[in-house]
Design a protein around this ligand. Structure first.
Ligand code: HEM
Ligand SMILES: *[C@@H]1O[C@H](CO)[C@@H](O)[C@H](O)[C@H]1NC(C)=O
Ligand SMILES: *[C@@H]1O[C@H](CO)[C@@H](O)[C@H](O)[C@H]1NC(C)=O
Ligand SMILES: *[C@@H]1O[C@H](CO)[C@@H](O)[C@H](O)[C@H]1NC(C)=O
Length: 533
């Protein structure tokens, strides 16, 4: 008897307080929602059905789909079943998912102030990225963007010279007719070109790889101990775990991440120190470099932004942010291009003819200059890139957090076309991957790889030109778009000039979408054979 009494004595008050708390939030929410229904005509959005409390069944399914490398397809299935916008409640927290161009247009432009883009990334990637363009919102982000953005409109040509050097090393790593994982090579290419562009010196991941091959053959071996590319990889591995944890990202901060972050920061700090000293001495002293033949006029990103500010932390974090944004994205684009080309021989054939016509064979007697302009004007090459980014967008999903009670223009009510209420704090995920595969936008062959569609008229409807968004849109549009397209185009042209034939090295039964920080080729990677004759 007294036992029961004790239980009642403690449990009852707790239950009452908890009940009151939940009740308060429910009522508060109800009033806020009422206001939006009255003023804006918002209506309820469809919810993902769950069979277990707290959406446990959905979480289990999602973990399974992540393991199977099918998560983007799982979300696409949900959109096909439920409609283009829905609410997913997991562990008591709602997120809104959408693949509706009108909603994405609102988030990224007309209601830009209502949806924070930096806050979510800050939570997940903050320990690595610090406070910079990716992770900031408001005036901090504006300042950062104003300094970094102008750097991406100049000096395209020097970027190509820098690229050529690293590409030569990469192509040396491809043995004639043997199976190689191009994805892995492209990862090393983009980290080499990225570091070279940013600080004027490369971390030489490809060089290391080439020497590794030679070591096997008993040749000269002399490699510095520090391995920036490896440490950068390690940080990214852990950032991925944090991204998966979403709101609970801070639960994951192991020693290995901390030491990799420290390594990468120290690596950049050296260059930053040099740039600041250089700037203070009037910017005239030659950039120190191991390479005696280095032309003093070589464009160096860090040197250029150090003219604007000499804040060492700002400079270093900016470099880390840009490298993170530039590296995996461009590498995955290139990997997917070769993944599809070896599976669509007609496309490869047409691309090869176009490239040889525009740029020649690339040898002494037959080569035409490859410039920023000539790459941009190579139309079929651009079609192939556009089509690859449509089916395999490097950034398949992005997240925003509502910073105040607000709305989305469409998705509610029985016809799923009425505006919906988005309470403050709710996460909105916009799914570019699924939007790019909508049959009502792209036609019945939406899921086919067909570059020719870029030469045809398309059903634009009232999609606001926000129906194709591999590089995001609005004020936060990718600042590296031209950089990335130029780098990818140049690499493809040189690969076609060097190799006469590409061949798939494995048959994939199903599409393996490895969702790491970007959408990468899963399975064994992009395994192909390249033939020099
Ligand atoms: C194929 C390659 C690339 C793709 C598909 C891509 C895509 C994107 C996307 C979708 C965003 C928006 C992310 C969001 O707001 O949630 C973004 C932002 C950004 N990208 Fe890229 N990107 C690529 C390459 C690059 C390169 C090469 C650079 C720099 C050299 C770069 C620099 C940035 C920066 C700094 C931002 C942040 C802009 C801001 O928040 O104001 N990106 N990119
Ligand atoms: C870094 O990771 C990528 C992707 O997992 C891999 O392809 C690449 O070879 C790695 N580079 C180094 C230097 O470890
Ligand atoms: C590729 O896509 C962009 C964005 O929609 C478009 O502006 C451009 O015209 C396309 N390129 C070609 C060659 O069709
Ligand atoms: C998928 O990506 C992760 C992170 O980049 C990588 O560690 C893993 O090896 C990849 N898995 C496959 C099967 O490619």
């Amino acid at each position: 008897m007294s036992q029961t009494f004790n239980v009642l004595q403690y449990v009852l008050p707790v239950a009452v307080v908890l009940g009151g708390y939940i009740g308060y939030f429910q009522i508060n929410f109800w009033f806020r929602e009422r206001r939006f229904i009255k003023l804006q005509g918002t209506q309820r959005v469809v919810k993902v059905p769950t069979s277990l409390p707290l959406g446990i069944d959905i979480i289990v399914t999602m973990v399974h789909e992540i393991k199977r490398h099918r998560l983007p397809e799982y979300f696409r299935d949900l959109f096909e079943k439920l409609g283009n916008t829905f609410d997913m409640k997991l562990l008591g927290e709602s997120s809104i998912l959408t693949r509706e161009p009108r909603n994405i247009h609102a988030i990224l432009t007309t209601q830009f102030e209502d949806y924070a883009g930096g806050a979510a990334k800050s939570l997940q990637f903050g320990p690595f990225l610090g406070d910079a363009i990716f992770t900031l919102d408001g005036t901090g982000w504006e300042y950062s963007r104003a300094i970094l953005r102008p750097q991406f409109t100049r000096n395209q040509l020097s970027q190509l010279q820098n690229l050529e050097e690293h590409l030569q090393v990469m192509m040396d790593c491809i043995p004639d007719g043997e199976v190689v994982d191009m994805q892995s090579l492209f990862y090393d290419l983009t980290i080499d070109t990225g570091t070279d562009f940013l600080c004027g010196e490369s971390c030489n991941a490809l060089e290391r790889r080439r020497n590794m091959g030679r070591k096997k053959e008993g040749e000269y071996w002399n490699q510095p101990e520090d391995d920036f590319a490896k440490e950068f990889n390690t940080s990214q591995k852990h950032l991925l775990y944090r991204a998966i944890l979403g709101g609970q990202a801070n639960l994951w901060n192991p020693k290995e991440l901390q030491s990799a972050v420290k390594f990468c920061r120290t690596w950049f700090d050296e260059y930053v120190k040099r740039a600041i000293e250089d700037q203070k001495s009037g910017g005239t002293s030659r950039w120190e470099s191991d390479d005696a033949n280095e032309k003093p006029s070589k464009y160096i990103f860090l040197k250029a932004i150090a003219k604007e500010t000499q804040d060492p932390v700002f400079l270093r974090d900016s470099l880390l942010n840009i490298l993170l944004a530039a590296r995996d994205t461009t590498a995955s684009l290139l990997a997917w291009v070769f993944y599809v080309l070896v599976r669509y021989p007609d496309v490869e054939q047409r691309l090869r003819q176009t490239i040889l016509k525009d740029f020649g064979e690339g040898n002494a007697d037959d080569s035409k200059p490859i410039t920023f302009e000539s790459l941009k004007n190579c139309q079929y090459l651009r079609w192939v890139l556009n089509e690859t980014l449509r089916l395999y967008p490097s950034v398949p999903m992005s997240t925003r957090i509502a910073v105040r009670d607000t709305t989305l223009p469409t998705g509610g009510g029985p016809d799923q076309k009425q505006p919906i209420f988005v309470p403050k704090g709710v996460t909105v995920i916009y799914d570019i991957y699924s939007m790019h595969r909508r049959v009502d936008i792209w036609g019945p062959d939406a899921n086919w790889f067909r570059p020719e569609r870029w030469g045809e008229k398309r059903n634009k409807g009232d999609f606001n030109y926000f129906d194709y968004l591999p590089f995001n849109g609005g004020p936060r549009i990718c600042i590296g778009q031209q950089f990335a397209l130029t780098e990818a185009s140049y690499t493809i042209v040189r690969m076609f000039q060097r190799f006469k034939r590409f061949e798939a090295a494995e048959a994939n039964e199903w599409l393996d979408l490895n969702l790491s920080l970007t959408l990468t080729v899963g399975g064994k990677g992009c395994h192909i054979k390249c033939y020099r004759s």
